[in-house]
Write a protein that binds this ligand. Structure first.
Ligand code: GDP
Length: 198
């Protein structure tokens, strides 16, 4: 898929206020600092669509970007930021649960995982939450330019093994770098193919 247009539409804290035109949407989420904003900017070839410099822990919102007038890319606030207050964490949880459980336009979710680290409970727990609620997902390993292929493969395999303890069939897996553009065409082709089926 060629990205012809990528436009910011709206930010919300409530899924009920998200766009209601029925276009399919794809959500991106992961631990704070995993490289989500960089990935969104890499996919859309727009250096500043998603804000990479937003201070973690401040009020975070569900952001809708309209792509090619066809589908929405949804930037969801990340989890796992250590300094967030209890209240802010509870608000995040409610917003995210409501979104995932109720948002009918959501077709698929990309869960971003840092390829440099071994499997983390917080990521596995989040993936379990999606699985329990029947939310289709893919895994996107980020920042692979930061180490060699062998190190990436070790972490990816360890993650697959951790997933295999709970899942009979593994979700689609993408290996990416926002610096080199690795994985871009595979993710966009996946979205293009999925859009044909919805
Ligand atoms: P977010 O909090 O998940 O949106 O993460 P950001 O996109 O803001 O990225 C966090 C940090 O990781 C920034 O310093 C980015 O420049 C860096 N980063 C993100 N993706 C990559 C990548 O693919 N390769 C490298 N080398 N650095 C990355």
């Amino acid at each position: 898929m060629e990205i012809k247009t990528a436009t910011f539409i709206v930010s919300n804290s409530d899924y009920r206020k998200c766009p209601t035109d029925g276009r399919p949407e794809y959500a991106f989420i992961g631990r704070s600092n995993v490289g989500k904003s960089s990935l969104i900017n890499m996919l859309t070839k727009n250096k500043s669509l998603a804000k990479t410099s937003v201070r973690p822990g401040k009020t975070q919102l569900i952001n809708h970007f309209l792509i090619n007038n066809e589908w929405y890319l949804v930037d969801l606030p990340g989890y796992g930021y250590a300094k967030i207050s209890k209240n802010a964490r509870a608000e995040w949880l409610k917003m995210i649960k409501d979104y995932f459980i109720n948002r009918e336009e959501l077709v698929s979710t990309f869960v971003l995982i840092d390829s440099r680290i071994e499997p983390q409970k917080i990521d596995l727990d989040f993936i379990s939450f999606l699985g329990r609620n029947g939310i289709p997902l893919s895994i996107v390993f980020t920042k692979v330019d930061k180490q060699n292929q062998r190190e990436t493969a070790l972490n990816v395999n360890a993650f697959k093994n951790a997933l295999a303890e709970e899942w009979e069939e593994l979700p689609p897996i993408f290996i990416t770098s926002s610096v080199s553009g690795t994985g871009r065409s595979k993710i966009l082709t996946f979205i293009e193919e999925t859009n044909k089926m919805v």
